[in-house]
Design a protein around this ligand. Structure first.
Ligand SMILES: Nc1ncnc2c1ncn2[C@@H]1O[C@H](COP(=O)(O)OP(=O)(O)O)[C@@H](O)[C@H]1O
Ligand SMILES: Cc1cn([C@H]2C[C@H](O)[C@@H](COP(=O)(O)O)O2)c(=O)[nH]c1=O
Length: 216
C-alpha cells in the first residue's frame, strides 16, 4: 500500500540526509522520484544536507497544486515512482492534502520531511496537517542534542546567541551563531522553556555570582 510518511524532528537531526538517502537508494534501482522542496538554505530548487550532499528539486510556490503538478507531469509522458517533499513545514495545509491525494489517487509513496514546531514551539500549519493525515509519523533516530547533553526536542531562534520569542514564523536560517544575525539552536524542553541557549548558559557560568568565592 502506498503511504504518506512524515519524517519529523528538530532542525539539524538529519532529515534532508535521510531524504537524499531514500532518493539515492531508489534511483539506484531505476526508480524515478519527484522531489519537492521549499526555501532550502542552499537556494531555490535545491534539497541539501549539512553533510554536503545536494540534489535538484522542484521549488514549491505559494498556491501551487502539487497533485495537479504531478498529474500534468505524468500525462505529458513524465515519470514519477515516488515523491519526496523536504522542508514540508513550509507547505500550506492544502498542499499536504494534495500530497495525500497523490498517495490515494495516483498510488505513489510520499515521503515528507520537516520540523514539527517553530521557534515558539507552535506547530507549523503544514506540519500540523501532516500529523493529521500521515499514515505514519517517524521520528528520526539520530537525536540532535541540547548543549546540556539531553535529547533536543525544540528549536530556538537566536540573535547573537540569545533566544528570541518574537518574530515571523518563517525565517530561513541555520544552526549557527553570529553577532547580529538570526540563527537557530536545538534545545531540550527544559532549556527552551528557560530560554537558556549555550551562549547564555556559558555567560551565566562565568558570571561573578556563581564563581567560587576566593579564600584569600
Ligand atoms: N561534519 C560532520 N560529520 C558528521 N556528521 C555531520 C557533520 N555535519 C553534520 N553532520 C550530521 O548531519 C546532521 C544534519 O543533517 P541535515 O540532513 O542537514 O539535517 P536536517 O535536514 O534535519 O536539518 C547532523 O545532525 C549530523 O548528524
Ligand atoms: C525553528 C524555525 C525554523 N525555521 C527555518 C530555518 C531553516 O531554514 C528551516 C529548517 O531547516 P532544517 O533543514 O530542518 O534545519 O526552517 C523557520 O523558518 N522558523 C522557525 O521557527
Amino acid at each position: 500500500m502506498p503511504e504518506l510518511v512524515f519524517f519529523s524532528g528538530t532542525m539539524d537531526c538529519g532529515k534532508s540526509t535521510l531524504a537524499l538517502q531514500i532518493e539515492h537508494n531508489r534511483s539506484a534501482r531505476g526508480l524515478q522520484g519527484m522531489i519537492f522542496s521549499r526555501d532550502d538554505r542552499a537556494g531555490e530548487g535545491k534539497l541539501s544536507s549539512r553533510l554536503g550532499l545536494v540534489t535538484d528539486a522542484v521549488e514549491v510556490e505559494d498556491g501551487q497544486d502539487l497533485y495537479a503538478y504531478l498529474v500534468d507531469h505524468l500525462s505529458q509522458g513524465g515519470r514519477a515512482d515516488y515523491v519526496i517533499a523536504d522542508e514540508a513545514q513550509f507547505l500550506a495545509p492544502e498542499q499536504i492534502d494534495q500530497l495525500a491525494r497523490v498517495v490515494d489517487d495516483l498510488g505513489l509513496d510520499v515521503y515528507a520531511f520537516g520540523i514539527t514546531t517553530d521557534f515558539r514551539s507552535k506547530l507549523f500549519p503544514g506540519s500540523q496537517r501532516l500529523v493529521e493525515l500521515a499514515d505514519r509519523v517517524e521520528v528520526l533516530q539520530v537525536e540532535a542534542l541540547c548543549w546540556c547533553g539531553a535529547r533536543a526536542t525544540h528549536n530556538a531562534r537566536t540573535i547573537g546567541g540569545v533566544m528570541v520569542v518574537e518574530g515571523a514564523q518563517v525565517v530561513v536560517g541555520d544552526v549557527t551563531h553570529s553577532a547580529d544575525e538570526v540563527g537557530y539552536e536545538v534545545l531540550c524542553r527544559r532549556h527552551h522553556r528557560r530560554r537558556m541557549t549555550s551562549a547564555t548558559a556559558r555567560a551565566a557560568a562565568l558570571s561573578p555570582d556563581v564563581l567560587p568565592v576566593s579564600s584569600s
